[in-house]
Design a protein around this ligand. Sequence first.
Ligand SMILES: [Zn+2]
Length: 587
Amino acid sequence: MYALALENQKELVDAIRKAALLNAVQHDGKAQAGPIVGKILGERAELRPKAKEVTALINTVLGEVNGLTVEAQRQIVEEKWPETLKKQKVEEEKRLPPLPNASKYEKIVTRFSPNPDCVLHLGSARAIVLSHEYAKLYKGKFILRFEDTDPKVKRPSLMFYDKIREDLKWLDCEPDEEYIQSDRLPVYYEYAEKLLSGGYAYVCTCVPDEFRKLTLESKPCPCRSLPPEEHLERWQRMLNGGYTEGQAVVRVKTDLGHPNPAVRDWPALRIIDTVKYPHPRVGSKYRVWPLYNMAAGLDDHLLGITHIIRGKEHLTNGVRQEFMYRHLGWEYPEAIHYGRLKITGAFLSKSKIIQGVKDGSYSGFDDPRLATFAALRRRGITTEAIKKMIVDVGPKTADVTLSWETLYSYNRKLLDLVTNRYFFVADPVRLDVVSVPKVFHAELPLHPDHDDRGKRKYTVAPKDEDGLVSVLIAKQDAESLEAGVMVRLMELFNIKVTGKADCGLQAVFVSEPYQDARDAKARLIQWILAKENVPCKVVMPDASLTEGVAESACKKLKADAVVQFERFGFVRVDSTVPELTVYYAHK
Ligand SMILES: [Zn+2]
């Protein structure tokens, strides 16, 4: 069968078959020839002169392997080389593309650097999750850096430092180190002086409009060519109050002919009247504050960041900062710029979130209408779902648009495996069933795949000689039930509606077997014993309230539990006193 005359042919065929099977289970049952040829010839230099024959042999074996079903391939691999499947699983989880030039660095260091002027929301998820995941992947370091150097316009607020720390903790992205830029002003001053005395920066006292005009024409302002001594003197005046806000700014020299005017001699430090706008942490201690590119640019180097993972809106900032790096003789870190991640319908404007919370149009930063992590947490959206979604999107540069439904489907997959099931009926309507012939014992599994979790058990006993059983069903179900139509009360029995009245519905017992309901294509609806239930309020994603009753097993639920209300949706228990209140996640 095999034409190749080789020694140890059997051993070679076995090796090829193993490689082919492993490759096949990774490629939906169809092994690819290329990697197998590469592997076999790579491991066996002596075969390379016979590459043509070896390739023919590989193709023959490949034909056999690819002729098997995926299940058969997998079974062979599981039996013979179970360890390879485990390895494959681990690799599947590490699906992020490798970092550029990772081997150049002894330790990979990434950072997430929020301004503590608001809580975090889904818009930050990509920066956080990717930076943290990469640090973890390379056994590196993940740094949290608070960028709080604008006490006036993007004013930080004390409570947000802690809220951001909490959010990262919840996301399971806790930093290895934390820095706060408002602690580091002396560092920025030191480098400002270095740049000024080296002639790489200057204190510009021009009226902003005039400076802009000159810059657009690629012309230097009169300050630019003054000697460093003059600038150091002006710098002292900035520090000691000789200038007021807006009168002087330190600019880093770039290329005045740079095609992008926004890059030309960018502002690095400015004066802020901190008597009028005290910083929440350091008050009026400093009046000269670094701007974004100065502080972030210096810190990325000084804190040893090897890979900056950020949105592509920062591309120009990178260009600006590279000038400063050159002045200081530093090498710019690797920068990965990902595209915009738009989430349709998610509300991400920081200023509007803060305004809405302040004026009471939102109940708080965890109002269910918001896309803040606090709100997602409250609704039972899991960190795993957020992370998985972000990792799947990865750091690609193309813009990506996701919807709430995308996030929900990630979350649903995870929750479906673990959440217990319960009955809840919204806007309950009474349903009286007559002619129930005996006492029924309804046994409802907490989870269809986990018998060990046990069952919710209800005794359904007819009350009088009419065999009357009263249950509550959801208004929506009640409205759609027509007289004469059979329905099944889930895991209980089949009934037929006989009439509707103001106070509820009447029905008559039909039969017990589930098969009858199947044959009649009867609808299955959830029910709750009229005399055994728990009032329950559901806070919906639009902040409206749905009221109803849950089955009495829900009395045992504890705050923070996430459960599935069957045919209604996944909910997170928010509180149990004074009454059961849950937040709705999604269908
Ligand atoms: Zn000037």
